[in-house]
Design a protein around this ligand. Sequence first.
Ligand SMILES: Nc1ncnc2c1ncn2[C@@H]1O[C@H](COP(=O)(O)OP(=O)(O)OP(=O)(O)O)[C@@H](O)[C@H]1O
Ligand SMILES: Cc1cn([C@H]2C[C@H](O)[C@@H](COP(=O)(O)O)O2)c(=O)[nH]c1=O
Length: 209
Amino acid sequence: MTQDSTAVPGKFISFEGIDGAGKSTHIAFVADLLRARGKSVVSSREPGGTAVGEKLRDMLLHEKMHLETEALLMFASRREHMAQVIEPALARGDWVISDRFTDASFAYQGGGRGLNRAKMEALEQWVHPHLQPALTLLFDVPLDVARARLDATRTLDKFEQEKVDFFAACRTEYLRRAAQFPERIVVVDSTKSIEETRATLTGILEKLL
Ligand SMILES: Nc1ncnc2c1ncn2[C@@H]1O[C@H](COP(=O)(O)OP(=O)(O)OP(=O)(O)O)[C@@H](O)[C@H]1O
Ligand SMILES: Cc1cn([C@H]2C[C@H](O)[C@@H](COP(=O)(O)O)O2)c(=O)[nH]c1=O
């Protein structure tokens, strides 16, 4: 179920895409746009977003671990994020924008690592049975574009060091979910310039404001 806007006064938007797709580049722009329209905005991220979540993030991005441990820790971070940040902000009437949410678990732990989808659905039901983002912006690029952007910019973490097949499977699962939830997930062509992408985002957000 997509976020029921009659149940909470705020709105929840998630940003998704394979590493290097360009989503983080646009988060500050979206926050500024919403603030300019009078919204109170909380900008956060997963894994992370809370003191406990940031400690989990450090482990998740740097330590090798069993696939199911990884999935459970992603959802543990999410449970804390829900309790400490997302639910209180939405109840206050704030807009929450999160750099990744549960679609990332389906894409990375499900698509990329091959974890059984039913297990992920069980975790999703446990951690946020009544809330889905009102809008998910899925930044989509071919794998070689994402890789070139990553290689040009930073030291790579555990996920970013994965091979092309891993990211191909993550991207396939993201696009499968976009087809499954077309009312929530909007695919943004992130091969366009930053300016063109900003114009696209403005158009999408106007419909939500
Ligand atoms: N539309 C674009 N055109 C050209 N370069 C871009 C575009 N969008 C982002 N970039 C560049 O690509 C790099 C990666 O972008 P960004 O950090 O936003 O990706 P990301 O999807 O958030 O990655 P990650 O999930 O790994 O954090 C940055 O250097 C950014 O400036
Ligand atoms: C929420 C979530 C994230 N991941 C992965 C995806 C990325 O590689 C990292 C986070 O890094 P970013 O630069 O902040 O995007 O974590 C995951 O595998 N599963 C998840 O649920």
